[in-house]
Ligand binder design. Structure first.
Ligand SMILES: *[C@@H]1O[C@H](CO)[C@@H](O)[C@H](O)[C@H]1NC(C)=O
Ligand SMILES: *[C@@H]1O[C@H](CO)[C@@H](O)[C@H](O)[C@H]1NC(C)=O
Ligand SMILES: *[C@@H]1O[C@H](CO)[C@@H](O)[C@H](O)[C@H]1NC(C)=O
Length: 699
């Protein structure tokens, strides 16, 4: 039999209600969750039997879970049938998620729940933006599923992703396991593991049979689809080599939260740096008035904190972000008495955590490894003797002031501090403090020649940024060799330090310097590079240098990368396809960003390049650039790639929108998303770039 029926979706967005046309027969309902599938055309016995009467484009069948019989329906027009069908299918994927999130099954969700749901679905959304869309739909606090689906689609429609999907989907609607596998091996370069990966991705990103395309997009936006090789995010490097073979995440003037002249010294600054994976922190110690040494930036108006409190903070936070050793670099301006107080605090507060003896009691030929030093704090300071000497000498000794040039000069350029400048005197060293120094004995650097024949592996020198640059330029290979065996610490030039500005750490990494100390409190390009380098290897604060920087006879010079053994330049092509939900930078009403993408390569001097896309007018939500940028990279092992999005400004400097920086060696080729970070290195979740990357040998 055939009857005319009117079906209506109720406001709970889950119940289909239908009424018989016959008077007095009442109505019936069924739930959408009972529907297993929607089949188009003549796909049931009943519809096949009436095939002549009703053309296929009008027909569809609802298949129910369990025992309930099918419901065969015929629409009035092909359009009507198609609308229903298309919508049902596309919405199903969202509905499945909705059901997961709607715990009490009332078909309602408040804004907070929707946010949670979007997170579950791997849809990250800017809060302001979402709230704006919600409130503009006259839904106030609750949204119903019926408005959720279009909303979701509006938010996430991605034509450029759909295009890629269609290239690999046989029918343009579904991506079969084999098709996904082909995509993974051809475009994503996933090699031998593409079958396993395809299975895993389908399990993870497709909770239901429907909405394959949404699952595909979810994968591309996920960690597996990100530009960063997932396995490089984990701790994966050999941690058993000498300390000198690693780049070490290091902070300068750690105690400062802001400006170096007027800024605040704060324990919070230590906590922040340590939580960020920093493995070398600094204290500037001065005599306090009541016998307690204090920490602040000498001769300036920064506030003061107690040395004792810094050490307690260090004890508590040193190993929260990483197990690997922390180097405490002490800049000592105290008299002998308070130095002894410092030594007492260090021993008492840090206890076993402080390394005070040689690991194996032998004269060290090379520095111990991060692995061997796990959970230890090492003191870097001046020392009266050598760690292997058994000294039963005097309580104090004089250290010649040859290190004066290494010590950072207090800032006296902007303000007249003549009155406070210290009387130059021979510094005296407390034996107690000296005895706590083992593997990081501060010494003055003379020259590479002298170091080659006299230096011990546990001796460490500090270089100003200016001095290090000069050495890198004139004696690059010597510097690299020196750094295979000994640690070197670089600090910002005094003058620029006045405003806590940073220098480019890449130039120092290029010659193998390990402790390249940056002002962590100062956001910007330099910290982006630091965060970018140390994001790999489990954010543990240690990154193994490339092999040609660990060989003491290396021929490597950053200025002539082609002269080293194993030189293999690569070609990097980046097709910048599109951007997603870029944040608004200019809060002026009505202003919309005109975004452009700048790609910068940092590395050996010959690799430094900047290229950019044109800007797109008035579109921060889904701009499409589709612009390919080409680079040649001579020393991929040292290169960092920075993606920066800016708001084009005709009249003044462009505004920063977001960035992401990563080591070249951590890049995954293929179609990838880049999840952008704010100026402060914080994730700004909805904002991303979609790129297509290819890497090939230079022929
Ligand atoms: C700096 O201050 C000292 C002491 O107050 C004063 O004698 C000196 O003249 C000042 N120098 C300048 C350049 O103002
Ligand atoms: C992007 O560029 C490629 C090749 O340059 C072209 O084939 C493709 O159609 C472009 N896509 C868009 C959306 O403009
Ligand atoms: C992405 O890059 C690959 C390899 O270079 C290329 O074959 C493909 O056409 C690119 N995709 C688009 C949309 O241009």
């Amino acid at each position: 039999w055939k009857k005319q029926r009117h079906f209506r979706l109720l406001e709970d967005a889950m119940t289909i209600w239908y009424k018989s046309r016959w008077p007095g027969k009442g109505h019936s309902t069924f739930s959408i969750s009972d529907v297993e599938a929607v089949r188009e055309g003549h796909q049931s016995e009943v519809l096949q039997s009436t095939a002549e009467e009703f053309p296929a484009e009008l027909c569809f069948t609802l298949v129910f879970h369990g025992r309930q019989g099918n419901l065969d329906l015929v629409a009035k027009t092909p359009e009507e049938a198609q609308t229903m069908d298309e919508k049902e299918r596309q919405d199903q994927w969202v509905r499945d998620w909705f059901l997961k999130a709607d715990k009490n099954k009332d078909g309602k969700m408040n804004f907070k729940e929707v946010q949670t749901l979007l997170k579950m679905m791997n849809v990250e959304m800017n809060e302001d933006h979402a709230l704006h869309l919600f409130t503009s739909k006259e839904l106030q606090s609750d949204i119903f599923l019926i408005s959720f689906c279009p909303f979701y689609k509006m938010l996430t429609q991605r034509d450029e992703v759909r295009k890629v999907f269609k290239d690999y989907s046989g029918d343009g609607e579904n991506l079969l396991l084999e098709e996904l596998e082909t995509f993974l091996s051809v475009e994503q370069h996933e090699g031998g593991q593409s079958y396993q990966l395809a299975k895993m991705l389908i399990d993870r990103y497709e909770p239901s049979e429907s909405g394959k395309h949404d699952g595909f997009q979810s994968y591309l936006c996920s960690q597996e689809g990100s530009i960063f090789k997932p396995k490089h995010l984990d701790l994966h490097q050999d941690m058993s080599q000498p300390l000198s073979h690693y780049f070490i995440s290091s902070s300068h003037n750690t105690y400062l939260l802001e400006d170096q002249i007027l800024g605040q010294s704060s324990l919070e600054a230590y906590i922040k740096a340590l939580k960020r994976g920093c493995r070398c922190v600094e204290v500037d110690c001065w005599d306090g008035s009541d016998g307690e040494p204090i920490v602040y930036h000498g001769h300036t108006w920064t506030s003061r904190i107690l040395f004792r409190d810094v050490i307690s903070t260090l004890k508590e936070y040193a190993f929260k972000a990483s197990d690997f050793p922390v180097i405490l670099s002490i800049e000592n301006h105290c008299g002998v008495e308070q130095q002894t107080v410092m030594a007492q605090h260090l021993s008492k507060i840090l206890g076993d955590t402080l390394l005070t003896t040689l690991l194996d009691g032998q004269v060290p030929q090379q520095l111990p490894s991060p692995q061997e030093l796990k959970g230890k704090i090492l003191l870097k300071a001046k020392k009266l003797n050598n760690p292997e000497d058994c000294l039963d000498g005097t309580q104090t000794d004089e250290v010649s002031d040859e290190e004066a040039e290494d010590a950072e000069s207090p800032i006296s350029l902007l303000i007249n501090f003549t009155f406070y400048l210290p009387i130059l005197q021979k510094s005296k060293l407390s034996k107690e403090l000296s005895d706590l120094v083992v593997y990081c004995k501060s010494v003055h650097f003379r020259d590479f020649e002298h170091a080659r024949s006299n230096a011990k592996c546990y001796e460490i020198s500090s270089f100003s940024e200016k001095k290090a640059k000069a050495l890198a330029k004139d004696e690059g290979t010597d510097f690299v060799r020196y750094n295979t065996r000994q640690l070197s610490r670089i600090y910002p030039n005094g003058l620029s330090g006045a405003i806590s500005s940073n220098y480019n750490p890449q130039e120092m990494w290029n010659v193998g310097c390990q402790i390249v100390a940056l002002n962590f409190q100062t956001a910007g390009l330099e910290m982006d590079l630091n965060d970018g380098l140390f994001r790999q290897n489990g954010c543990c604060g240690y990154v193994l240098k490339p092999d040609f920087m660990r060989d003491s006879n290396t021929q490597f010079s950053p200025d002539k990368p082609e002269e080293r053994q194993g030189y293999k330049p690569l070609r990097l092509s980046i097709q910048v396809i599109s951007g997603q939900q870029l944040p608004k930078v200019n809060q002026k009403e009505g202003s919309i960003v005109d975004p452009l993408v700048r790609v910068q390569i940092f590395g050996v001097p010959g690799d430094q390049r900047v290229k950019e896309t044109p800007y797109i007018n008035n579109n921060g939500f889904n701009p499409v650039w589709n612009k390919t940028l080409h680079f040649v990279i001579h020393t991929p092992e040292l290169a960092l790639v920075r993606f920066e999005v800016e708001d084009h400004d005709r009249a003044s400097r462009n505004d920063f929108i977001g960035q992401f920086t990563l080591p070249f060696t951590c890049i995954q080729a293929g179609y990838r998303h880049i999840h952008l970070l704010s100026k402060d290195g914080i994730a700004i979740p909805p904002a991303s770039l979609f790129v297509n990357i290819s890497i090939s040998a230079l022929t």
